[in-house]
Design a protein around this ligand. Structure first.
Ligand code: AN0
Ligand code: CP
Length: 316
């Protein structure tokens, strides 16, 4: 695997999940693989888990790691081809990407959606410019439209906690005061489309995700109906896709409560974090023994590690 920008880049999701679980048993088993290799993590946005778990994974593989907060420390980058750069942007990605590529073997990038221009966000300008101009391997640490490292960690977590029967998995929208990207939900949907499961997406009307991503996945507008008999309830807020980037509903009736969890088949509660308590989910749910959010965050290390391993093996 050269790049990891979408969950489908893995080729075989289930194989990667099982291999990640093996790596978790002895995380230092491939310590020699990354010797002499450097990864650069570029952050255009905030992060806790992605920043720490990706560094941890790279170190477990013996790699050197450099981290740069582009949003605050780098020169403001221009991405438009042919731009007359007489505004605030100091450097073009054409040079920046080529320069970075001379210092490292893999570049991992976090660059959220603008949520103002749907077409530009869908074009994935940041990730694709680095792919085009850097030439080295590129990893998506949450781009405008996807967060595949999170989806892979979620698949690992569900594998660890799965019931004996085919699981029912619900992706539920929940309220949030700010406009959030679609990336986490998109990659979760793409990951679930590769799984043997009864998968249901639930959200208020008007919060449909990109139909090119949801395809024929089931949408149930009645949240309580969706929760019935669920084995996993994975919760996330996203802004409207149709009315692009807008918050149209902050209806607290969509918060996940103990009462709603009682409708499930003793479901595990999942959220990628960071989460707003008592807005997205009631304390009683996230503090319950069915909450696996901390285990989920732990699996971010092994999700990153299997991805890095496959990329290092590609380069030989
Ligand atoms: C981000 C999002 O919703 O995409 C990152 C989640 C991993 N969340 C927030 O900005 C709160
Ligand atoms: N889940 C996740 O990606 O968290 P961070 O934004 O803290 O990296």
């Amino acid at each position: 695997m050269k790049n990891f920008t979408n969950i489908n880049d893995l080729g075989n999701l289930q194989k990667a999940v099982l291999e990640a679980i093996q790596i978790k048993k002895n995380p230092l088993q491939h310590k020699a693989l990354g010797e002499g290799k450097t990864i650069c993590l570029l952050f255009f946005n905030n992060s806790l888990r992605t920043r720490l778990s990706t560094q941890k994974a790279a170190r477990n593989l013996g790699m050197d790691v450099v981290v740069m907060n582009f949003g605050s420390d780098g020169w403001e980058l221009e991405f438009e081809d042919g731009a007359i750069m007489n505004g605030s942007k100091s450097e073009h990605v054409k040079e920046a990407a080529k320069v970075i590529a001379q210092y490292c073997d893999i570049v991992a990038i976090r660059a959220f959606a603008s949520l103002t221009n749907k077409e530009k966000d869908k074009a994935e300008m940041v990730i694709n410019s680095f792919k085009k101009y850097a030439g080295i391997s590129v990893i998506n640490m949450e781009s405008a439209t996807g967060h595949p490292l999170q989806a892979l960690a979620d698949a690992i977590t569900m594998e660890e906690f799965k019931p004996v029967h085919k699981p029912k998995v619900v992706l539920s929208w929940a309220p949030h005061p700010k406009a959030l990207p679609h990336a986490v939900a998109n990659s979760f949907v793409e990951m679930m489309q590769l799984q043997e499961a009864d998968f249901v997406i639930t959200h208020p009307e008007g919060y449909e995700l990109d139909p090119e991503i949801t395809k024929n996945s089931t949408i149930e507008y009645d949240q309580e109906k969706a929760f019935e008999n669920a084995d996993f309830v994975c919760v996330k807020n996203w802004s409207s896709f149709k009315n692009y980037g807008k918050v149209m509903n902050s209806d607290s009736a969509w918060m996940v409560t103990s009462g709603k969890m009682k409708l499930t088949n003793n479901a595990k509660f999942m959220h990628c974090l960071p989460v707003r308590r008592n807005v997205i989910v009631a304390d009683a749910v996230i503090d319950s023994e069915n909450s696996i959010v901390i285990q989920q965050a732990n699996n971010r290390t092994f999700s990153a590690q299997i991805v890095l391993k496959k990329i290092l093996e590609y380069h030989g």
